[in-house]
Design a protein around this ligand. Structure first.
Ligand SMILES: [Zn+2]
Length: 329
């Protein structure tokens, strides 16, 4: 057990990069009274004070397009627009960035780097590959191919088993996204689609918010061979803190999050694990990690388990930063 301040110093020395948060979508859905909105009156798990308290240095705000949305492209664009507005309203704290270089520059001035990603991207482009360029121009640098169902590109883990793997359009999309320098995000895709993606990529991929199947055998989690494939391509798995993906028990703790991190490190080494909380997209959180401001408690757990400072920095942010630099620039 470390003393009460040592872990804080380690946590605050580097910074945290979160590869998946749903906060802006939650703001929009709440405004609309949409069924995807978080419960009324509950403070969001991420806001500016909590980001500072948790020493966030950067994050992907996901533009999640629900599968039942009648206007998927417009929906994604609305979330991107609101993300941009949110950053612009807090110019002293936030900076909208589109690459690793800009992220590093934002950090130098003490700002938190806000980045755009799509979740259910194949639905956001509504089967029109020309829109990949449009979303790129808007600043999207991470593309979640599919959500739990099916879209024009692929099928997710909850989709019909008869429809599996990348579609013809999906295969073209992988090529275009790689050529454009957009990070591919394989969270939610089914196993056949995963294999299809991995056999075609020209750059590392991420699983922006996925966990270890061996520790919690639910379809959303990654099997060992998938974790190894992601590591082999140089990719990163952002560990999700949703209780239902951490454990099959009713309640989760910070120890469960650390278990998933430790498992990935033991399987493929320290360079392929990061943080992808899913904040504001989830309702059951570990005890002690109920919101973004509590993230230093995870560092404390990692220190207690004997992780070195340099390893903790990689887990919290440096591994994701490496991918940003490598894939985007
Ligand atoms: Zn998701």
């Amino acid at each position: 057990m470390v003393n009460n301040t040592a872990y804080k110093k380690i946590h605050n020395d580097g910074f945290l990069f979160d590869s998946h948060v749903d906060t802006v979508g939650a703001m929009l859905y709440r405004r609309e009274g949409n069924r995807w909105a978080p419960p009324k009156g509950r403070r969001l798990q991420i806001d500016l004070p909590r980001l500072r308290q948790g020493n966030f240095g950067g994050l992907f705000f996901a533009a999640f397009v629900p599968p039942d949305d009648p206007q998927p492209t417009g929906r994604a664009m609305s979330i991107l627009a609101l993300t941009k507005k949110f950053a612009a309203e807090h110019p002293d704290d936030l900076a909208l960035v589109t690459c690793g270089r800009e992220l590093t520059a934002a950090r130098r001035t003490g700002k938190i780097a806000v980045m755009h990603s799509l979740e259910n991207g194949g639905y956001a482009i509504d089967g029109n590959l020309d829109l990949i360029d449009t979303f790129y121009a808007l600043g999207v640098r991470c593309f979640g191919i599919v959500w739990n169902g099916s879209n024009a590109l692929a099928t997710g883990i909850g989709g019909k088993p008869t429809r599996s793997g990348l579609t013809r359009l999906g295969k073209q999309a992988i090529r275009l996204l790689n050529a454009r320098g957009v990070i591919l995000d394989i969270s939610h895709i089914n196993e056949t689609g995963f294999r299809d993606v991995m056999s075609r990529i020209q750059a590392p991929v991420i699983a922006s918010h996925s966990n270890v199947h061996a520790l919690c055998p639910v379809p959303r989690n990654l099997k060992d061979d998938q974790i190894k494939a992601i590591a082999t391509c140089g990719g990163v798995i952002g560990v999700n803190i949703y209780t239902g993906f951490l454990t099959q028990e009713k309640i989760s703790t910070i120890a469960h999050v650390a278990d998933h991190i430790e498992y990935i490190v033991a399987l493929v080494g320290i360079d392929h694990v990061g943080i992808g909380t899913d904040f504001d997209g989830i309702d059951r959180l570990p005890e002690g990690l109920e919101h973004a401001g509590k993230m230093p408690a995870l560092t404390r757990e990692l220190v207690d388990r004997g992780f070195r400072k340099s390893d903790i920095r990689k887990i919290l942010g440096q591994n994701h930063l490496r991918i940003l630099r490598e894939v985007i620039g």
